[in-house]
Design a protein around this ligand. Structure first.
Ligand SMILES: Cc1ncc(COP(=O)(O)O)c(C=O)c1O
Length: 370
């Protein structure tokens, strides 16, 4: 080969490490030849999607010879009404990941900086580096965002700050007072992406709603998704709510048909299914309690979580525990890539799945897999 196609790529992309997703069930089936596998690795809703969403997606399949409505008019209108914002503030994405990338692509120039927290969602540095910009990581405080230190890290090169509330993979959160104190300190020409992918799961009374702050802080971009509590991860729909001018810019860089026809229909139907949402939230709260109790019984520490997953300290190297769990047919997520080599992240499953995970964990820990 005469040409080096790695070196030919733009500088930022050459330095990228691809995002490492949770192991798919089919892959483990192929590798170990085992059946009856449970996946608690990607923070999906174990109850599945709303039946209303599923029916809407099935009906929409009849239309897939046509391009989708590129403007997503109907879903945007439904979101605007539900969220108490205007349609021109909404940007639709192929998952909220798509939105995170759009923001980076639209606003970052090579050499500019983004600020994000240690142990924060891996996509923030990834989309930054892909634009040949510089991700500035701010050390965490008790595994969560140190908002004061993050405000201190903003300088004249900073274009974007990424905040995850709650954060993945730690499940940590910050309250309304802390958020407002932070936003007051951010210059207007620095965008703040407030990633609320797990918003609907949180039951804390001082948990802030980013949308209620948009009028006061025009540099705020709130992102949410249909992948988590709505159970539509496989269809890929997320959205941002922002100042209309920011939405205008994001819509300029967005692919014209970035959300497909079944996804648009399912998301709109899911918005209406309040019972499914409530049920999912209640099941999650119960499941989180079940996991905490089980981990306590095993004498294992965890990071307190308000989301649909929990991060466990294996009190030693977690990778052997992860691998032993795979052999038990349980897929969780090792966090070495996040600088947490002793931790595993476990998605809250159904009561039976949680029990199966806890039993498998007890077995592998007893066998000395740590
Ligand atoms: C904090 C956070 N933000 C965004 C996403 C992206 O989700 P999606 O692209 O499915 O909307 C995830 C997915 O795990 C996440 O944990």
């Amino acid at each position: 080969m005469t040409c080096d196609y790695i070196k030919l790529a733009n500088g930022g992309v050459q330095r990228l490490q691809p995002y490492s997703p949770g192991k798919p069930i089919e892959e483990l089936e192929r590798e170990l030849g085992i059946r009856d596998i449970i996946k608690l690795a990607s923070n999906e809703n174990p109850l599945g999607p709303s039946h209303k969403a599923l029916e809407a997606a099935k009906r929409a399949l009849e239309q897939v010879h046509l391009y989708p409505d590129g403007a997503g008019f109907s879903l945007k209108a439904a979101l605007a009404e539900k969220l108490g914002v205007n349609s021109n503030q909404v940007t639709l994405g192929n998952g909220s990941n798509d939105i995170l990338e759009l923001v980076a692509r639209a606003y970052l120039q090579p050499g500019e900086e983004t600020v994000y927290a240690e142990y924060a969602f891996a996509i923030y540095p990834l989309v930054t580096v892909a634009c040949s910009a510089k991700p500035v990581m701010v050390p965490a405080h008790l595994y969560g965002h140190d908002l004061a230190a993050m405000a201190d890290a903003i300088n004249q090169n900073t274009r974007i700050v990424f905040l995850a509330n709650p954060n993945n993979p730690t499940g940590t959160w910050f309250n309304d007072v802390a958020l407002d104190r932070f936003l007051e300190r951010v210059p207007e020409d620095v965008l703040v992406v407030l990633d609320e992918a797990y918003f609907e799961y949180v039951e804390e009374s001082h948990y802030p709603d980013g949308l209620r702050r948009l009028a006061r802080y025009p540099n705020l971009i709130v992102t949410r998704t249909f992948s988590k509590i709505h159970g539509l991860a496989g269809l890929r729909v997320g959205y941002a709510v922002s100042h209309p001018d920011v939405a205008d810019i994001l819509n300029r860089v967005r692919q014209p048909f970035n959300v497909n026809i079944p996804a648009l229909a399912a998301a709109e139907a899911a918005l209406d299914d309040v019972d499914h949402l409530e049920n999912s939230r209640c099941e999650n709260t119960a499941g989180l309690g079940q996991l905490v109790e089980g981990l306590n019984q095993l004498g294992l520490e965890h990071i307190p979580s308000v989301a649909n997953f929990i991060t466990v300290d294996c009190a030693g190297e977690a990778l052997p525990v992860y691998e032993a769990l795979l052999r038990e047919g349980v897929i969780v997520r090792p966090l070495g890539g996040y600088g947490l080599p002793n931790h595993l992240r476990v998605t809250v499953g159904t009561a039976r799945e949680n029990e199966r995970f806890l039993n498998a964990l007890a077995k592998v820990m007893k066998a000395g897999a740590r």
